[in-house]
Design a binder for this molecule. Structure first.
Ligand SMILES: Nc1ncnc2c1ncn2[C@@H]1O[C@H](COP(=O)(O)OP(=O)(O)O)[C@@H](O)[C@H]1O
Ligand SMILES: [Mg+2]
Length: 264
């Protein structure tokens, strides 16, 4: 699809929240993982969901992606397409890097003739030009994660004008700091260009402040929304800037209080 058509399609995005959770709880047997979580992500908003490990972040994303059902409450994505990037790069091992991306483009209705160029563009944006013909096992963990990012971004191409919600589950946790910074920049660029709505899960406080319009703090066992922090700094932000560090310190204190309270 041409960029003009894509722009026209994105104008047809439905109104209302990109995703809205009302009173969502989830239990696994007798273990409560999430308790009465209410949360909205507005169209075009970048929300970071922050919490200690085991507090239910992946559970929440899986519910939003409709991979699992809540025990109580409702989740409404207003008919939007959902693109999900997992903690582990979920690539098809028998397909080349390019074929993995092209398959994602195909599922989003990108015509065959455009797929090669689109996939090359996406791979260049994650600094993987030259690795098109490799298979996942021939790449380092960090490179595989970059392919997974390119694939998730391919899944945000909106040929139907429904709008896309991008869900990311600690996507950069395993990367070295330099690669992670590069990918933050790329993700931010594409988020703005495509006006994506993003729900980004992390346990890294600085990363949440670097990327989010808003940081939503989850408590541990079971996960509940404890507090929300708007992030007022201009973009692009540097993860090592004093402003990012200062807000991250405030949020970390609040997180510690919460972890202390629950004895996690
Ligand atoms: N499919 C499942 N079956 C049973 N327990 C689960 C399942 N998925 C997650 N849990 C439990 O729910 C809690 C939250 O897990 P998870 O959402 O993965 O946390 P996080 O992503 O924040 O680290 C943990 O105690 C975990 O063991
Ligand atoms: Mg998780």
């Amino acid at each position: 699809m041409t960029q003009a058509v894509e722009a026209a399609a994105s104008r047809a995005v439905p109104s209302g929240a990109a995703v809205r959770l009302d009173g969502v709880s989830k239990a696994f047997g007798s273990l409560p993982a999430l308790d009465d979580v209410s949360l909205r992500v507005e169209p075009g908003e970048f929300v970071c969901l922050l919490g200690a490990s085991g507090c239910g972040k992946s559970t929440l994303l899986n519910l939003v992606a409709a991979l699992d059902r809540p025990s109580a409450g409702t989740i409404d994505t207003a008919g939007r397409r959902v693109a999900l990037m997992f903690q582990e790069p979920a690539l098809f091992p028998w397909l080349t890097v390019t074929a993995n991306i092209e398959l994602a483009l195909k599922t989003r209705g990108v015509p065959r003739a455009e797929r090669r160029a689109r996939s090359a563009e996406l791979l260049a944006s994650v600094h993987l030009a030259g690795f098109e013909k490799k298979r996942p096992h021939q790449l380092s963990g960090g490179m595989r994660q970059r392919v997974a990012l390119a694939r998730a971004l391919a899944l945000t191409i909106d040929t139907e004008g429904t709008g896309t919600l991008l869900l990311m589950d600690e996507p950069f946790g395993a990367l070295d700091a330099m690669t992670r910074d590069l990918l933050h920049d790329e993700l931010e660029r594409i988020w703005r260009e495509r006006n994506l709505s993003v729900l980004f899960v992390t346990h890294n406080v600085r990363e949440a402040v670097r990327l989010g319009d808003r940081v939503v703090l989850l408590s541990s066992r079971p996960g509940r929304v404890v507090e929300e922090f708007p992030v007022p700094m201009d973009r692009p932000r540097r993860i090592d800037s004093t402003e990012v560090a200062a807000l991250a310190a405030t949020i970390t204190d609040r997180l510690r209080e919460e972890v202390g309270r629950h004895g996690a």
